[in-house]
Design a protein around this ligand. Structure first.
Ligand code: FAD
Length: 396
């Protein structure tokens, strides 16, 4: 009998997993998503950067799956006529005190096998980005940009062509295991699967609870707000300009990114949101759940100074401009206008630790992706191969 596998979430990770399971195991896959379109959340609200693998601790899942994922995504985009443009990235040290951290980053990037790296001085970096300033920079010429929602839509087509289905407007409301199968209630229907893979991003905790697996880490939503460059200011950025990240955080700091449609974005910051899908300040509908998790309170106690700075940056446009002008001083207030933001699903431990690596939690019937923040869009095809390798094979 054909193995039936359900996948919760039609973001780039869920769709890549569904395609991989249909392709390599011949499984009949059904993807369930509560929204009316694929890529409605993180996959559709991000920087669009195909990360080269600079930042992640060598040997971590992020480091390994990012490098593998880049190669797979590049081929996939070429095969399907999807945008993929190696615009290159500069990680810029704005002052001398950042040099040591930049050197450590370069070493890490080399250990991860990032190709084509060059360490540049103040003049060298201007040859790459004529309007950028800094004392030194790391250049990654193969860092690329793509259109992740378009990739997700293509993956959904693949799923359908492989005999599977993507069911939108199907919020998963209950899960139970019965007679060796996983039953899932969605849109007033019960689906019965042999295995279930949960790739629900911001909805992970709710679905994990339905599956009786609340777990030791919880999702804490971090809103990432952007400004768009207007008019001729777009010409001030050729590719991707990033700060040297603060090693205490998994976030990369406000950067300037060219998108495949020609827009240039400044952002994202990282502000604690009070709703899982908290795209605006006013949405506080999950405040109680988020704030009563001991991990959130411990995290806030450890990082309140940064938190206050991020809130200020969110409310005051000038603070955002100041962050961007450290790297591109020619920018003026008129060059920035508010744009759509995204919300990151970041796992936080009970002790307040921001979980750095990807986390996949496997049991016999239900596989839960607990943490798939950036660079999970870049790594999605490799994450899918990894997950297909850990979903237990059918018994008997
Ligand atoms: C601001 C920002 C910038 C980023 N920049 C980059 C970048 O440049 N490069 C990069 O590689 N990564 C980046 N990322 C990270 C990347 O976007 C995510 O890691 C990736 O999209 C995760 O994909 P996903 O499929 O796991 O999650 P999502 O895309 O969030 O998909 C989860 C899906 O699950 C569905 N769902 C949830 N609950 C239920 C339920 N109960 N029933 C049915 N469906 C449900 C949701 O509707 C959603 O469609 C960024 C993220 C953000 C927020």
């Amino acid at each position: 009998m054909t193995e039936k596998i359900g996948v919760v979430g039609a973001g780039i990770v869920g769709l890549a997993v569904a395609r991989e399971l249909a392709r390599t195991r011949g499984a009949e896959v059904t993807v369930l998503d509560k929204e009316h379109r694929v890529a409605a959340h993180q996959t559709g609200h991000n920087s669009g950067v195909v990360h080269a693998g600079i930042y992640y601790p060598p040997g971590s899942l992020k480091a390994t799956l990012c490098r593998e994922g880049v190669a797979m995504l590049r081929t996939y985009c070429a095969e399907h006529g999807l945008p993929y443009d190696e615009v290159g990235k500069l990680v810029v040290a704005a002052g001398g005190e950042e040099r040591a951290r930049l050197a450590a980053l370069a070493e890490r990037a080399r250990a991860n096998g990032v190709p084509g790296l060059a360490e540049l001085d103040a003049l060298g970096l201007r040859e790459i980005e004529p309007y950028a300033v800094g004392v030194a920079a790391l250049h990654s010429p193969h860092t690329a940009i793509t259109d992740f929602p378009a990739v997700a839509r293509r993956l959904a087509k693949d799923v359908a062509e492989l005999g599977g289905s993507v069911r939108l407007a199907h919020p998963v409301r209950a899960i139970r295991e019965r007679a060796g199968r996983v039953e899932v209630l969605a849109a007033k229907r019960i689906f019965a699967f042999d295995r279930l893979v949960v790739c629900a991003g911001l909805g992970t905790d709710a679905v994990a609870r339905m599956a009786g697996r609340p777990g030791e880490v919880r999702i804490v939503p971090f809103r990432g707000e952007y400004y768009a460059l207007t008019g001729s200011a777009k010409g001030l950025v050729k590719g991707l300009i990033y700060p040297v990240p603060d090693p205490r955080y998994p976030f990369l700091g406000v950067h300037l990114t060219r998108h495949v449609d020609g827009e240039v974005m400044v952002g994202p910051n990282a502000v604690l949101a009070l709703a899982y899908e908290g795209y605006s300040w006013w949405d506080v509908r999950d405040a109680t759940k988020i704030l009563t998790w001991p991990g959130t309170r411990r995290m806030a106690a450890q990082h309140w100074r940064t938190g206050v700075k991020e809130v200020y940056g969110s409310l005051v446009k000038h603070a955002f401009l100041t962050a961007a002008r450290r790297y591109v001083p020619a920018l003026t207030p008129a060059d920035l206008e508010r744009a759509h933001g995204g919300v990151r699903a970041q796992a936080v431990g009970r002790d307040g630790r921001l979980v750095d690596d990807f986390v996949v939690d496997v049991d016999e019937r239900v596989v839960l992706v607990r943490n798939a923040p950036s660079p999970a869009a870049t790594s999605s095809l490799a994450i899918a191969r990894h997950i297909a390798g850990v979903v237990p094979a059918p018994s008997g």
